[in-house]
Design a protein around this ligand. Structure first.
Ligand code: GLN
Length: 303
């Protein structure tokens, strides 16, 4: 199969779908992003890298980072995490407050904002520096030392972070936070503000396609843990649209409101798409379209 030609076709066909979405507007730094940007990259297990469109341009990875946080916590702490966070789809928006009160401060899953705050809290306790641990991992796996926080996005996240602060304070009131709320939020806002390209993200995610083995051949996760993360990505990685994403794409995926989506092709590689215009659930419209076309054309889904 000519993968380069395929990605070029998919980029050309999918990019116009951005017109059906809207760029995230909850912070000025994201609202200013050009909605016509579109990138797609495929990193394969045999070390090849393909890309089309703006696939080498950095964007705000936002919640795509949560897949990596989950891996870093599970690698260090194993099953203990599941005392503090569930692993069921929420069926609610990623920043919803309602469910968290009903369920006594235990977030439904690690990929909604409340669950991601728990991951950061735990990684802070385990390492002393959640963001630093994540950054070192992303730089090593992507081979890009320039992976960094965008300070403007981070400042904007903090200035407009009342909802995330409410989630964190509520969990603290339920005894489900180990570190000070402000410290957890600071690491969360900066983590959301990491900038990476489709190429960087596709390479960084390869351990998920490779049963937990890192780029240098060392083991981050057991085979079983890598399976579990992929499962949670499939069921919860695109929030209250995870059912529709699974139906259309048939791959584990993790999206972010910057318009990025990382999708895992087990034993084959990792695809990353970026197009900033979002659907009402916060997933990239053209990104989902591109992944749908890719698995339809190749037959490379998990089903
Ligand atoms: N920074 C965003 C928030 O906290 C991240 C959400 C997302 O990408 N889904 O609301």
């Amino acid at each position: 199969m000519d993968l380069q030609a395929l990605l070029d076709d998919i980029a050309r066909e999918s990019a116009p779908y951005a017109a059906q979405g809207k760029v995230a507007s909850y912070i000025p730094a994201l609202a200013a992003v050009d909605p016509s940007r579109f990138g797609i990259a495929l990193a394969t297990m045999d070390g090849q890298l393909y890309g089309s469109g703006h696939w080498r341009e950095s964007f705000s990875i936002q919640s795509v980072s949560k897949a990596f946080s989950l891996a870093l916590v599970l690698a260090r702490d194993g099953e203990a995490l599941w005392q503090r966070v569930g692993r069921e789809p929420s069926g609610s928006p990623f920043n919803s407050l309602v469910q968290l009160e009903y369920e006594k401060g235990i977030p439904r899953n690690p990929f909604i904002n409340a669950g991601a705050l728990i991951l950061i809290d735990r990684l802070l306790s385990l390492t002393g520096d959640s963001l630093g641990t994540l950054l070192a991992f992303l730089r090593a796996e992507s081979g890009t030392p320039a992976v960094a926080v965008d300070p403007d996005v981070a400042a904007s996240e903090a200035a407009h972070g009342h909802r995330n602060a409410a989630l964190a304070h509520f969990m603290a009131s339920c005894g489900n936070l180990e570190n000070p709320v402000d410290l957890v939020l600071d690491h969360y806002f900066r983590q959301c503000s990491l900038t990476m390209s489709c190429a960087d993200l596709a390479k960084a995610g390869l351990f998920l396609a490779n049963h937990g083995l890192r780029a240098d051949g060392s083991r981050l996760l057991t085979r079983s843990e890598a399976k579990r993360i992929n499962s949670i990505m499939l069921t919860c990685g695109t929030y209250d649209a995870a059912g529709d994403f699974a139906y259309r794409v048939g791959l584990p995926g993790k999206s972010g409101v910057g318009g990025g989506i990382l999708a895992v092709l087990p034993e084959r590689g990792v695809l990353c798409v970026w197009s900033p215009a979002l659907d009402p659930h916060g997933n990239s419209v053209a990104g989902v379209e591109a992944l749908d076309r890719f698995t339809t054309r190749t037959g490379w889904s998990v089903f």
